[in-house]
Write a protein that binds this ligand. Structure first.
Ligand code: G3P
Ligand code: CA
Length: 322
């Protein structure tokens, strides 16, 4: 039934993906953006060069590095503050953990900020995902930029910037200076490699814009707990003071689809996260879900782990009668 409804919506409107895109105000992209979430992370280990490379091959408009900082101040692409979920750090550096309380338990955690870049380069960040990826490394932001430059955009996320500022590193400053090194620190500097910065942290986005004078487009990420404060007409107006887009958790839009119109009225793009399926049996459903968000809810792009399943409005969807 759901599938039939989608087919009807896609075949007969409303609103056509194409016309929805054509209506976007000046400054917004003319087509929906495909952002490869942690690379093509449904098929390759997240935040490794193989995952980013595959995302480029699958036609991603942007690849998404989450950022963490090494002890010696290098930006690396890594989602977690710690290394144990996605690397062999336990085996390679067995004594370099911090012991922390987790409820009633004591747990061992290996924080990226306790390791130098040269140590982090020794870690295997691929085997946890599959033996064929053994030896994949955690890349630096610079390496991600070098891979993408000229082929796609970069959508870096400042992760836990407050934690790092306590240990003396300002993530925003490091980000701007790394982008500057590649000539990508100004809006439109290299049209083949646009940069959009994202964060859950208002403070981080404000530092970038107000303190560091960055004119790069910014996306303000929203989790469930942010909805009340930021998704009203007034909240979105306030967000538009420091961001060009919002990145809501997709469930927020299911609960409140009208948010898209309100955000657009405030001049904000809407780029929800995250759309992914590792089991091929779920791929059809995922594709339908992405099409629904793009063509029915009218979002401006998506973060997806499966870039190959992104329903390109112009290329992959049936044309809509006008
Ligand atoms: O950046 C969008 C989305 O990636 C936010 O969630 O936890 O995957 O970084 P997370
Ligand atoms: Ca992210």
């Amino acid at each position: 039934m759901k599938r039939m409804l989608l087919v009807l919506l896609v075949s007969f409107g409303p609103p056509a993906c194409e016309s929805a895109r054509d209506e976007t105000p000046e400054g917004r992209p003319s087509e929906a953006l495909l952002i490869a979430h942690r690379g093509a992370s449904a098929y390759a280990p997240e935040h490794t060069l193989p995952a980013y490379r595959l995302a480029l091959e699958q036609g991603a408009d942007f690849i998404e590095p989450d950022l963490q900082i090494t002890r010696d101040g290098h930006l690396i692409a890594l989602h977690d503050l710690t290394l144990e979920r996605t690397t062999d750090v336990r085996e390679r550096f067995p004594d370099r953990f911090r012991e922390e309380a987790d409820g009633d338990d004591l747990v061992r955690r290996w924080y990226a900020m306790d390791f130098t870049l040269s140590e982090i380069r020794q870690l295997d960040a691929g085997s946890w995902f599959g033996p064929e990826f053994r030896g994949a490394r955690i890349p630096t932001l610079g390496e991600v930029i070098e891979l993408a430059r000229g082929r796609a955009g970069i959508y870096p996320e400042t992760k836990a910037p407050g934690t790092y500022s306590e240990s003396g590193h300002q993530m925003e400053r490091l980000l701007v200076s790394e982008l500057e090194r590649y000539g990508l620190d100004r809006r439109g500097a290299e049209p083949s490699t646009p940069v959009i910065v994202q964060s859950f942290s208002v403070q981080s986005l404000r530092i970038l814009r107000d303190e560091l004078g960055s004119d790069l487009p910014q996306t303000f990420l929203l989790s469930r707990s942010d909805a009340e404060e930021w998704t009203s007409v007034e909240g979105l107006e306030r967000a538009s003071e420091f961001a060009e887009g919002i990145g809501p958790a997709r469930g927020l839009l299911d609960n409140d689809p009208g948010m898209v119109k309100r955000a657009h009225a405030a001049g904000l793009q809407v780029i929800p996260w995250t759309f992914g399926a590792s089991d091929p049996e779920d791929h059809g459903r995922l594709k339908e879900e992405m099409a629904r968000f793009l063509c029915v809810l009218g979002v401006d792009g998506l973060f997806t782990n499966n870039p190959d399943l992104f329903p390109r409005p112009r290329a992959n969807l049936p044309r809509v009668g006008r």
